[in-house]
Design a protein around this ligand. Structure first.
Ligand code: FEO
Ligand code: CA
Ligand code: CA
Length: 620
């Protein structure tokens, strides 16, 4: 039942890819005892002979380094020949009138409104009239740390909530290099904070729909606030895309704790009980019973023009409402925008938006490209083929598809995935990758059966799927796919849990999350996984960043982060000599055990770091 893939037409899609059959690699007997048995089709391609991760690499595109061993240190570890420095940490002021970060109080509502937000995630650097403008998502706040001045570790006063709301959103600021180090340029005209309270226009099919109208906004066209922005995107016309992920966690119903949540909202995880942000203490709009439509105005892609600090951001409902991870934009053969988007929850889906209009270099009409188009969801067949299904086939109306996108995806039979995180499009080849981070429900819940693209029960490690659209066009409806890598532990695990052939004792990791290509075509993989460094995860150390060669499948560890962090967010200076990387939630569980980045006895703070090569050459 496991026909060899080697030599099959499906897998050898170009001569560069050497394909191995998992049958040759690991015993699948135990695995196949379950309900899943493969059909006559293909299974996993993608892996190559063992990567030589311990040796000095020369095969990567424009970058070579000695891979770093896993570790549990409370700092950044890089290969020899590379250096890092801090650019911006949570609480660093963006304007000169704002108080510096206070280690004791951890800031106030007012100081946070003028400072870099918490938990930096996706980011992009823009070159605007020769200035370097960094736009960074501030996904959420570490309550234990930001409210570490409170005995409860939670917001206790109205000002605490104000601080929390201002710690979320998007921070935009100019950075400049002084004495070889990038720093925030305070008071730049480009500096801007977009928070959970900023006015944001709604456009697309749901704008003005009755389910979008609230007491505060009778038009249903002006939302307030963007929050829990995870990964990001950037457009060829120079705008930034923030992607709203776990928006549900800010809503509750203190006015009626026993209220029942309707199924279309329960699908998004909404609960009556507050999760600990307590924004409802300050604003009734976060009460699901008092303002049932407010939550429909969150869960979208938000477009921001960093070159116009006064411009109003826009939420594009045409791109769907779900727990957005990132938004990877490419242009189809005929000029349409194709935006790939993961919905990061166990058993949710992978989407793509295809614009109605066409991109024209320099045209002002580009700014409207994301307001109108069609939304598709992926079906992965076990034979290595796949299809994008138009959500119109759900029979739901356009506004309903925009607001209850997940329901439409289920109606059309989308494949439930192992938590789709970032998508990355290869700039050197017409193909795309998505990190499927992990999924404890795989093979456990009825709607998440084991299949070829999500092949491991309980999946603790994650995998990266790659697809090639037909006709070399990202707008195509059909594609072929394989698994680029299955993370795993070749030292302690058995069978498929060992990981694919390009995983070895020197490069093993778990839970790929952020993925992005550099300009030379290297694929960077950032992890948000278990950092216990024991049991299933022994030998993996802290969360990390690895560099993969998409042509050969080789993967090597480039960076190890400090304690209890995740590594997320990556962008480059325009000369490519600096790579900016995000360190999120260091010390999230045991804040007293972590003092990144300031050392001593300091409070751990999420931080954007800059990485350079000591020889001054480009890094990606
Ligand atoms: Fe915010 Fe899916 O990670
Ligand atoms: Ca993420
Ligand atoms: Ca994650």
């Amino acid at each position: 039942i496991m026909p060899s893939l080697v030599g099959s037409e499906m897998c050898i899609r170009d001569s560069f890819y050497v394909v191995a059959d998992f049958n040759d690699v690991v015993s699948r007997r135990k695995f196949l005892q379950g309900s899943f048995a493969l059909g006559s089709g293909a299974f996993i391609a993608a892996t190559i002979g063992p990567a030589k991760a311990t040796s000095f690499l020369s095969g990567f595109n424009g970058i070579s380094f000695n891979p770093v061993p896993a570790n549990g240190k409370d700092t950044i570890t890089l290969p020899k020949g590379f250096s890092w420095h801090k650019v911006a940490s949570w609480g660093d002021p963006l304007w000169s009138g704002v108080d510096d970060f206070d280690q004791i109080t951890r800031g106030t509502g007012e100081s946070q409104e003028g400072s870099f937000g918490d938990n930096n995630d996706g980011m992009s650097l823009f070159d605007i009239e020769g200035k370097s403008i960094l736009a960074v998502n501030n996904e959420y706040c570490n309550r234990k740390i930001i409210y570490g001045n409170r005995a409860s570790g939670l917001p206790e006063t109205s000002d605490d909530v104000r601080k929390g709301i201002a710690s979320h959103g998007v921070s935009i600021f100019e950075i400049e290099k002084k004495l070889g180090k990038w720093k925030i340029k305070k008071d730049s005209l480009y500096n801007r904070k977009i928070t959970g309270d900023t006015k944001i226009a709604l456009d697309g099919p749901a704008a003005g729909f009755y389910l979008m109208k609230t007491d505060e906004d009778l038009t249903g066209k002006v939302a307030k606030g963007t929050f829990n922005n995870c990964g990001n995107g950037r457009t060829p016309w120079g705008t930034y895309l923030a992607c709203e992920e776990n928006f549900h966690g800010y809503f509750s119903s203190p006015s009626n704790p026993s209220a029942s949540i309707p199924p279309e909202q329960a699908r998004y995880g909404l609960k009556t009980k507050d999760k600990g942000y307590n924004w409802v203490m300050n604003q009734d709009r976060f009460d699901l019973v008092k303002n049932p439509n407010e939550v429909n105005r969150h869960g979208y892609i938000t477009e921001i023009d960093p070159s116009k600090p006064q411009s109003m951001p826009r939420k594009h409902t045409a791109m769907g409402r779900f727990k957005h991870e990132n938004c990877e934009v490419s242009i189809s053969k005929n000029g349409q925008v194709v935006a790939y988007m993961g919905d990061d929850e166990r058993g949710e889906h992978l989407y793509k938006f295809v614009s109605k209009g066409k991109y024209k270099k320099g045209a002002s009409s580009n700014y409207d490209l994301l307001t109108e188009g069609e939304l598709f969801v992926a079906v992965f067949n076990d034979d290595g083929t796949g299809k994008w299904i138009n959500l119109k086939e759900s029979g739901m109306s356009e506004p309903e598809i925009a607001i209850f996108t997940r329901l439409a995806a289920t109606k059309v039979g989308a494949t439930t995935m192992d938590r789709p995180e970032w998508v990355a499009v290869n700039p050197k080849k017409v193909e795309a990758y998505c990190a499927l981070t992990n999924n404890k429900n795989r093979g456990v819940k009825d709607n998440q059966p084991i299949n070829a693209v999500n092949p491991r029960e309980n999946n603790p490690y994650g995998q990266i799927v790659r697809w090639t659209p037909s006709n070399s066009d990202h707008a195509s409806v059909d594609f072929k796919w394989d698994l680029f890598v299955m993370a795993g532990n070749p030292e302690t695990a058995e069978g498929l849990y060992k990981g694919s052939e390009n995983i070895n004792k020197d490069n093993m990791f778990n839970s790929p999350d952020g993925i992005a290509f550099d300009s030379k075509g290297n694929l960077w993989i950032q992890t948000d996984g278990k950092y216990s460094n024991s049991g299933k995860f022994a030998g993996m150390g802290n969360n990390q960043m690895l560099c993969a060669n998409p042509r050969t499948g080789e993967i090597s560890r480039f960076l190890v982060g400090p304690k209890e962090c995740e590594i997320t967010g990556i962008t480059w200076s325009s000369d490519k000599k600096t790579m900016f990387v995000g360190v999120q939630h260091p010390g999230e569980k045991n804040p007293d055990s972590c003092h990144f980045p300031d050392g001593g006895n300091s409070v751990p703070r999420s931080t954007v770091i800059a990485i350079t090569r000591n020889n001054g050459r480009a890094i990606g």
